[in-house]
Write a protein that binds this ligand. Structure first.
Ligand code: ADP
Ligand code: MG
Length: 350
């Protein structure tokens, strides 16, 4: 049975970067404004992520790494995210099956922090002879999740990984994208023992600043911006202020994209749907095609697109950790965004 659990967990957690993505989303769900990541050996030895979010109640710790159960559902009572993705509550459980998982957490009302260790879905003792229950310790408000020896018990997964430096660059890539999408959150990522971070963003920045900071200043003068929604006409491009997003709209989009002066060898496409980083090769191809008459052959744009659609319209049959998404009105939404880009690029060239 534990072998089956391990295999199942390996389907959810493919590599250090996919574990990190889940952990990042948990921090952001917890309302963190500061997220600090420490990595050893490309995340294979250690992946540690510290946030200043709401923390986890001590009472919830015993079932934190249980697979999705009714008890977990009623204890955590977080129906909104379950209806959003149809299939949730698996990330920490999965990690406990393929790594050593520990958690240090403190809510505002708790007088001290609590530390808990997990193995195969259950709370375990930190040292032999100790009881399997959370231990009081010093700590700030928020949560630190520590993942050690990822895939120590799944040699197939381990051998499918690349070098530590390649795994590390995938980790940085995931953080970079979430940092663009969450410019008000401060992110820091460093290797253990390294004096200086490899990635560091300020909090209280704006999307366009974050893009410049993370994807290079050469993008700056060539970046256009547009927000629009299903019911309104597209706004003027390059507008300064952000539109208030209204609930009754069935979808809204915010897009930052480079103009014809910016050329990259490879297309950079960041797609967030309802704040989750996802992939849509169809949408990517459609938007890249808009540039085909504008950019010289072999040159590609940078596009960051944040879409908010009714969770009801996201295909819940697609497992959330499969990054390729499908959603209702995919084609018409893609068409509208393509049109907006097209018009912006055309008006720029006049
Ligand atoms: P899910 O996010 O789908 O609920 P997870 O296994 O990722 O499943 O997390 C389980 C639960 O643990 C979350 O619903 C949340 O209540 C709690 N949790 C996990 N990470 C954090 C965190 N960094 N801060 C606060 N709560 C957290
Ligand atoms: Mg989660």
């Amino acid at each position: 049975e534990s072998l089956i659990n391990r295999i199942a967990a390996g389907e959810i957690i493919h590599r250090p970067a996919s574990a990190l993505k889940e952990l990042l989303e948990n921090c952001l769900d917890a309302g963190a404004t500061s997220i600090r990541i420490t990595v050893k050996d490309g995340g294979m030895k250690l992946l540690q992520i510290q946030d200043n979010g709401c923390g986890i109640r001590k009472a919830d710790l015993p079932i934190l790494a249980e697979r999705f159960t009714t008890s977990k559902l009623s204890t955590f009572s977080d129906l909104s995210r379950i209806t959003t993705y149809g299939f949730r509550g698996e990330a920490l459980a999965s990690m406990s099956h393929v790594a050593h998982l520990s958690v240090v957490t403190k809510t505002k009302t708790e007088t001290c922090a609590w530390k808990a260790n997990y193995l195969d879905g259950a709370l375990v003792e930190a040292k032999p002879g100790q009881t399997a229950e959370p231990k009081p310790c010093a700590g700030n408000d928020g949560t630190t999740i520590i993942i050690e020896d990822l895939f120590y018990n799944t040699p197939t997964r381990l051998s499918a990984l690349r070098s530590a430096s390649e795994e590390y660059s995938r980790i940085l890539d995931v953080i970079t994208k979430y940092a663009v999408h969450n410019p008000k959150v401060a992110f820091v990522c460093k290797k253990t023992g390294s004096p200086s971070p490899d990635l560091s963003t300020p909090s209280s920045s704006e999307t366009s600043h974050a893009i410049r900071l993370l994807y290079g200043h050469s993008i700056a003068k060539d970046l256009l911006h547009s927000t629009f929604s299903s019911k309104s006409k597209p706004e003027d491009e390059d507008m300064e202020e952000e539109e208030e997003v209204e609930d009754r709209e069935s979808w809204t989009a915010e897009v930052h994209f480079t103009n014809a002066n910016y050329q990259s060898k490879k297309m950079v496409f960041l797609l967030f749907i309802n704040h989750r980083l996802v992939e849509s090769s169809r949408m990517k191809r459609a938007l890249e095609a808009v540039y085909s008459g504008v950019l010289p052959k072999g040159a590609s744009p940078f596009i960051y697109l944040s879409l908010q659609i009714n969770p009801r319209d996201v295909d819940v049959n697609v497992h959330p950790t499969k990054k390729e998404v499908h959603f209702l009105n995919e084609d018409s939404i893609t068409d509208q965004i393509s049109d907006t880009l097209q018009r912006a690029l055309a008006s720029q060239s006049h």
